[in-house]
Structures are given as structure tokens and as C-alpha cells.
Design a protein around this ligand. Structure first.
Ligand SMILES: [Zn+2]
Length: 119
């Protein structure tokens, strides 16, 4: 198997419902997003996928989250905007365009992250 990974970033605010602790108050993160794509075979150019195309598709999704309060977005009015659910949101948004998408990881700090993949 071949595997590639890209990273991108966005900044946004959120607060958590049904949770007692610091994160129930409005606060912000500089989120790091990692996307892994796998393939058994490479394309004619010898790539899993062009990094440029993958970054463009990911950044179109992150653009909608950047400098927003996530709780105000329609999707996160119903779903708590935890790192886990943000990873799932990005995975599902990207999967329709990137069939060989494997894993999306969302870092909310330098030592805490959550990942989502179709098990
Ligand atoms: Zn937080």
C-alpha cells in the first residue's frame, strides 16, 4: 500500500454542550488537520494523488470553518463540535471527492488529537 499525508490549519471558536469543565465556555483553537490517503496502485505519474489537488479540496472545506464559531454552523448546532466530530465532518465532506481517503486527524492542541475513519 502507498500512503500520503497532508496538513492544513484553521482557527475557530467553539464551546461544548453536555460537558462540565473549561470547554463549556466559549474559547478558540488553532486546529491542525491531517489527511491520509491510501492506494494500492499509483497513477500514471507515480502518485497516490496530486498533493496540490488534495490540499485544494481540503482547504475548500476548512474555509467554511475558519474564523467561525463552530456552534453557529448548521451541522454543529445538532452535533457537539468536539475534535472527534470535527474529524468526522471533514472526513465525510472530503470522502465524496476523494474515494481513497483513509483517515482524518484533528489536533486541538500540540498534544491532543482525534481521528475518524470508516471502520
Ligand atoms: Zn476546545
Amino acid at each position: 500500500m502507498y500512503s500520503i499525508k497532508i496538513e492544513s490549519y484553521f482557527s475557530s471558536a467553539h464551546f461544548l454542550r453536555d460537558y462540565r469543565g473549561k470547554c463549556e465556555e466559549l474559547h478558540g483553537h488553532n486546529w491542525k488537520v491531517e489527511v491520509n490517503v491510501e492506494a494500492k496502485k499509483l497513477d500514471k505519474a507515480g502518485m497516490v494523488l496530486d498533493f496540490k489537488d488534495l490540499k485544494m479540496k481540503l482547504n475548500e472545506i476548512l474555509e467554511k470553518l475558519d474564523h467561525k464559531c463552530l456552534n453557529h454552523l448548521a451541522y454543529f448546532k445538532k452535533v457537539n463540535p468536539t475534535s472527534e466530530n470535527i474529524a468526522q465532518y471533514i472526513y465525510n465532506s472530503l470522502k465524496s471527492e476523494v474515494k481513497s481517503l483513509k483517515l482524518v486527524t484533528v489536533w486541538e492542541s500540540h498534544n491532543s488529537c482525534a481521528s475518524y475513519y470508516a471502520g
